[in-house]
Design a protein around this ligand. Sequence first.
Ligand code: ADP
Length: 286
Amino acid sequence: MQLEISNISKQYPKTLALDNVSVTLDCGLYGLLGPNGAGKTTLISIITALVQPTAGTVRYNGKPVGGRDYMRILGFLPQDPRFYANFTAEEFLRYMAAMKGLDRKTAKPRIADLLEQVNLTEHKHKKIGAFSGGMRQRLGIAQAILNDPEILILDEPTAGLDPKERVRFRNLLSRLSGDRIILLATHIVSDLECAAKEVILLREGRLLQKASPLSLQSALAGKVWLVQADETELGQYTARFIIANAAAADGKYALRIVSDEKPHPSAVPGQPRLEDVYLYYFGEPT
Ligand code: ADP
């Protein structure tokens, strides 16, 4: 399986949201990482064939995306999923199964299994209107994978999840990523650190990098520094450098700084993490 995104640009009346983006995805989990406004949702809308690009093509196994056949192999969780408040969780999944062309016999056990996987079995008769943000998100994930999609696209799926739900979700994605393409747009770096095969960094509509978390981290060797500072020095460092972390202890601060240059003669190199990569490219804490 191969999803080939070639020379995609998207011009909105006032904004060039995507500028000649080319990237090819095969089986596995990919992270799409970038700050707000980078173009993540626009790229996803083009891959899901909801929006037409101004230029460029998206092909899946050689065929342009879109149409009924493509929808059958696509799973999608939009950023702001709108559910039918008066449906129960189970009714909603049954409805979505019918929309995706699943027959009743296949749908029934599949829905039971999915409710279990996203931990909603005990709430299956509850109306969605009474769901918490996290429950709604989990239901959104269940509908996205109903048809066992070959391509699964998730736009900021962990936004409403608490840390425990986030771990559960990560494990679910790892299980799913073996035999399909998963594209996960996020600005939460820790969602990708262990799980992603590759991370795609997008800034101002342009592709900056597409590489494994490990190689992105290796490329940052010599740019992460650990240094001690007092209150006054903390202010000076903050003004001049990107501070990844400031841990206070005994009236002093242990700083983690991302910088091309050594911030102080006493600074020692730190082991780069994906969070540092994000800060290096986007210059702001997540
Ligand atoms: P992200 O998902 O990374 O936050 P978006 O793809 O939503 O980024 O937005 C990229 C840029 O395109 C932003 O400047 C945004 O304001 C603009 N944009 C997105 N959608 C539209 C639209 N429908 N009409 C006009 N401008 C848009």
